[in-house]
Write a protein that binds this ligand. Structure first.
Ligand code: ADP
Length: 519
């Protein structure tokens, strides 16, 4: 019969997987999936918010220049002469380099530049000529009360470019002409957009105006962190220029990433916790099941243990009672068997009683200063006859100089009984019992050794557990209940001491009981 249960029914593992592992995996997968969605949503929201800010800046630039165009148009309608209307515009707006007017055929009616010669009349005329195809469309929109501004890049010296912003103006009701401002976009960005950007950015954003497609800044609300501006929009009125913005501090991606990382750490932490919990539960259930199995083994072992000596005693006693045996030697042998079997029964009953007391935590101990050697002698006395009959070689090395130590003589005697019983039971062919006492440092020891079957390394701790029996003990049909050594350990712990074991399979075992000199 297998003594040790290595694996609980697979159904337990399956139940654990279905009830705990599967939900854990599903939960983690769901969290990781929703984490990505949340991250994406978060980033999108941030970008949308930044886009909103960029649109408002764009709108501002557009409205500003539209306002100038409207003012120019108003002055024209009010009947001002062309040159003074143009001059007034240039003087009023710092960012306006020049203003011009042409009739519907493209003929230049007037040009006013802030600095003479910066843009020549010829340049303006050729630009107007090239733009006349768009004139019709601009007029159409103007008729629909919408002043469309058309940016046209003027040829200029490298790096220092200007843009003409063309629009249709109404000179008198129904009569349209082509008007325009000459503007240096970079100056416009600095002088007109700059303050506005600064205002919009406030303490929350970092904003800058870039040359299109480059990282060259024309204006920036602050000098650092510009390389991290990823959200940029082309300015509607000056397509050569881009406005960019980002949140001060961490970017949306950074925030989302750190949030994801936190979430991931949380999910992993939770998983580890859940799995540890599952593992602990599994282990506990497994242990409980093993214990239940060991207990049931114990009951069947004990029943067997009780039945065998009882049967022997009864059989021998009946035989003797009938007076059938004439041979004195044989008679003696029968009596000896009855004595040893009843001794075995006593030990067994004692062990069972001790076990139940131990389980209930009510094993009584009375400590009195005593001589350990005397306890050994008394126990050995009980065994003497049996050992002689069984031809066990006994070697005693008792240290007579031992001091008296606080002991529960009866309990230690019982521990010793169990150890001697084991040494004989598992003593193999070389029947040998070694008993020694001595002092080592502040401890007194009692050693019991045999040259028997030994105990494998992996079982050397377990033999002290309740109900544990090695597979070889069970296999070889050696009688036992598996409680003896657990009781020995319990008794030693009650004495403030311990029990240790050295053993080699096939060579023998030595158990040592360690007592503190005082406790
Ligand atoms: P049991 O009633 O089975 O002897 P114990 O608690 O006394 O129970 O011992 C537990 C197990 O330890 C035994 O079943 C046996 O396998 C092993 N054992 C104990 N003493 C010895 C020994 N001297 N030599 C070999 N094996 C031993």
């Amino acid at each position: 019969m297998p003594r040790k249960l290595h694996w609980v029914r697979p159904s337990l593992a399956v139940v654990m997987i279905v009830l705990i592992l599967l939900p854990v995996l599903l939960f983690s997968a769901y969290e990781l999936f929703s984490m990505n969605t949340t991250e994406r949503m978060l980033v999108e929201t941030y970008h949308r918010q930044l886009d909103g800010v960029l649109s408002s800046v764009n709108q501002f630039a557009w409205d500003l220049v539209s306002g100038w165009a409207a003012a120019l148009n108003r002055s024209l309608i009010e009947g001002g002469d062309v040159d003074s209307v143009l001059r007034a515009q240039v003087e009023r707006h710092q960012s306006v380099e020049g203003a011009f007017l042409a009739d519907s055929s493209g003929k230049l009616l007037g040009l006013r530049m802030r600095r003479v010669g910066e843009v020549t009349t010829t340049e303006i005329e050729s630009m107007i000529r090239e733009s006349t195809p768009s004139f019709g469309r601009l007029v159409q929109l103007r008729q629909a009360r919408y002043t469309r501004l058309l940016p046209v890049l003027l040829d200029s010296a490298a790096g220092d470019y200007r843009v003409a912003l063309l629009f249709a103006a109404e000179q008198s009701p129904g009569v349209f002409c082509l008007a325009g401002f000459v503007i240096e976009p970079e100056r416009f960005a600095r002088e007109e957009l700059g303050p506005r950007l600064g205002e919009t950015a406030g303490t929350d954003f970092v904003a800058a105006v870039f040359r299109k497609g480059t990282v060259d800044t024309i204006f920036a609300t602050e000098a650092s962190g510009l390389d991290r501006i990823s959200q940029r929009r082309t300015l509607w009125i000056f397509p050569q220029v881009e406005v960019g913005i980002r949140f001060r501090g961490s970017s949306a991606e950074d925030l989302a990433r750190s949030r994801s990382r936190q979430l991931l750490a949380m999910v992993i932490g939770l998983d580890v916790l859940l799995l540890t919990g599952a593992w602990l539960t599994y282990r506990n259930v497994r242990r409980e099941t093993e214990l239940a199995k060991l207990k049931s083994d114990f009951v069947s072992n004990v029943s067997h243990e009780l039945r065998t000596p009882l049967a022997l005693i009864r059989m021998y006693a009946e035989t003797l009672e009938m007076d059938r045996i004439q041979n004195e030697e044989k008679k003696k042998e029968y009596y000896a068997t009855i004595v040893s079997e009843s001794g075995r029964l006593t030990r067994l009953v004692n062990n069972i009683l001790n076990f139940s007391r131990m389980e209930a935590g009510r094993m009584p101990f009375t400590f009195r200063p005593a001589d350990l050697n005397a306890v050994v002698d008394a126990s050995l006395e009980v065994w003497r006859e049996h050992l002689r009959e069984a031809r066990v070689e006994v070697e005693e090395r008792l240290d007579s100089s031992l001091p008296a130590i606080p002991l529960d003589g009866e309990a230690v005697g019982e521990a010793l009984m169990n150890l001697i019983d084991n040494a004989v039971k598992y003593g193999g062919d070389r029947k040998y019992l070694f008993l020694a006492t001595g002092k080592e440092g502040e401890r007194i020891f009692l050693r019991i050794g045999d040259h028997g079957i030994g105990i494998a390394q992996k079982d050397q701790q377990k033999v002290f557990e309740m109900f544990f029996r090695t597979s070889s003990a069970g296999r070889d049909g050696m009688r036992g209940s598996g409680v003896g050594l657990a009781i020995v350990r319990h008794i030693m712990e009650a004495h403030g001491g311990s029990v240790t074991l050295e053993s080699t399979v096939g060579k023998g075992s030595t158990f040592t009981l360690w007592f503190p000199v005082s406790h």
